[in-house]
Design a protein around this ligand. Structure first.
Ligand code: ADP
Length: 448
């Protein structure tokens, strides 16, 4: 086992990883920008190294500075967290070339899954169902027309290098196809420097359901069930639950078997998430994330597993030591992402936190790096905390989350807590009756 790990991240996820390390008796090295000198992840680490100025490209994305920090401090492994360098294949490769373990999959798997076309082609070959659409990239508009006619309108033109919902355009009918094609390619070129696009049937009422998997380096693969992340605004998740209100245990077992078989054949290593659109009882793969996800705690609570500990064990070459049949699903968990944003306009609202009081009590977990007197810097993501609750069933989890939100005090910046309160009180949400379009409608039509 490693004796020292460098955590190449900040905020709540850096603390989350430190917590696992501490419980395993592993020393931690924090890296930070000059804007984060007073951050909690720096204060709580065993050692800290400043890696550059505030802008992420000069600090948290600065591969040379991070590698130097690892070398100087004698860290044996690097945990990338999520975002920043977590899905950067060159980073993973460079880390390993320096004799440091990368706590994540191989660079080759990161690369394959980072390109959406190769991800889909790979998964299809391994027996994972896809959204009907083009076989790979589209060479020209004439081919796009043919594929669209075959799968039926509306269709979605998507960027091969896509991410964050950019480079994605819907065409309702054939007349609109050429414009969607042009706009998607222009956006893709501007955002990713790669104008390759592909086409999928546009699903009108899907849920976003994702499967959490874990693989060791000895050929064992298990899944920890699903998370329902349908509540999204501009393709950004806001509230997640485990399990999905829409899925039966038999459906979970069946899709779980499909994905674990696929990843076993791939020789995958570490944690991973396969994202699906789920409509009319059909699962359609859209992408795979080759890292820990923001919403991993809901899975941890229903499966009683520490996913970060598992990641570290796997990177150190240990065996899983348990089988699929050992994993059970207990109760229901919900996560609310607390962003420092205006709850009406979603404009980020960084600044001084005058008071922070996290909620607590039975079944409540707060993952946050906030403290009273901390100044939220304007340079990074606006998520300042995650509230996660666990209860015997979904109704009890909703009541517990409402109580936790009432207890949570954040003074000094605006947060989306009022929006979460409205969602949790809504009859459709309470019935579990929602799709990926639900939140946008809710936000557009809510009163007061
Ligand atoms: P990105 O990586 O840019 O976030 P994804 O492929 O993961 O792109 O899609 C993001 C979101 O866009 C999905 O969660 C879903 O809400 C929507 N979406 C993607 N593909 C489709 C589709 N074929 N039909 C309907 N909605 C889709």
């Amino acid at each position: 086992m490693f004796s020292k790990i460098l955590i190449a991240n900040r905020g709540e996820i850096a603390l989350r990883i430190q917590r696992a390390c501490r419980e395993m008796g592993i020393k931690t090295v924090a890296v930070h920008s000059t804007a984060d000198a007073d951050a909690m992840h720096v204060r709580l680490a065993d050692e800290a190294v400043c890696i550059g100025p505030p802008a992420a490209r000069d600090s948290y994305l600065n591969v040379a500075a991070i590698l130097s920090a690892a070398t100087i401090t004698g860290a044996e492994a690097i945990h990338p967290g999520y975002g920043f360098l977590s899905e950067n294949a060159e980073f993973a490769e460079t880390v390993e070339e320096h004799g440091i373990a990368f706590i994540g999959p191989t660079a080759q798997h990161i690369r394959t899954m980072g390109d959406k076309i190769s991800a889909k082609t790979t998964m299809a070959a391994l027996g994972v169902p896809l959204v009907p659409g083009s076989d790979g990239g589209l060479p020209d508009i004439a081919t796009a027309r043919k594929v669209a006619a075959r799968v039926g309108y509306p269709v979605l033109i998507k960027a091969a290098a896509g991410g964050g919902g950019r480079g994605m355009k819907v065409a309702e009918n054939e007349d609109a196809l050429e414009e969607a094609w042009n706009v998607a390619r222009t956006e893709a070129r501007a955002a990713f420097g790669n104008e390759e696009v592909y086409l999928e049937k546009y699903l009108d009422k899907p849920r976003h359901i994702e499967l959490q998997i874990l693989a060791d380096t000895h050929g064992h693969v298990v899944h920890f069930g699903e998370r329902d992340c349908s509540l999204q605004r501009r393709h950004q998740k806001l509230l997640e639950e485990a399990g999905s209100p829409a899925l039966t245990a038999a459906e979970r077992d069946s899709i779980g078997r499909t994905v674990t078989d696929a990843l076993k054949k791939m020789g995958y290593r570490g944690v991973g998430t396969l994202e699906f659109l789920y409509q009319d009882k059909q699962f359609c793969f859209i992408e795979m994330n080759t890292r820990l996800q923001v919403e991993h705690p809901v899975t941890e609570l229903v499966c009683d597993v520490d996913l970060v500990r598992e990641q570290i064990r796997i990177a150190a070459g240990e065996k899983l030591g348990y089988k699929q049949s050992d994993i059970t699903f207990r109760g229901h968990a919900i996560e609310c992402r607390i962003n420092a944003e205006d709850p009406e306009t979603f404009t980020p609202d960084p600044g001084l936190i005058k008071v922070f009081h996290p909620p607590g009590g039975l079944g409540v977990r707060t993952d946050s790096a906030l403290y009273s007197g901390y100044r939220v810097p304007p340079y990074y993501d606006s998520m300042i905390a995650k509230l996660i609750v666990h209860a015997p069933d979904r109704n009890a989890a909703i009541a517990r989350m409402q109580r936790a939100l009432d207890e949570c005090v954040v003074e000094g910046v605006k947060t989306v807590i009022p929006l979460h309160r409205k969602i949790l009180a809504d009859p459709e949400f309470r019935k579990g009756d929602y799709t990926i379009h639900w939140l946008e409608n809710f936000v557009a039509h809510r009163e007061g």
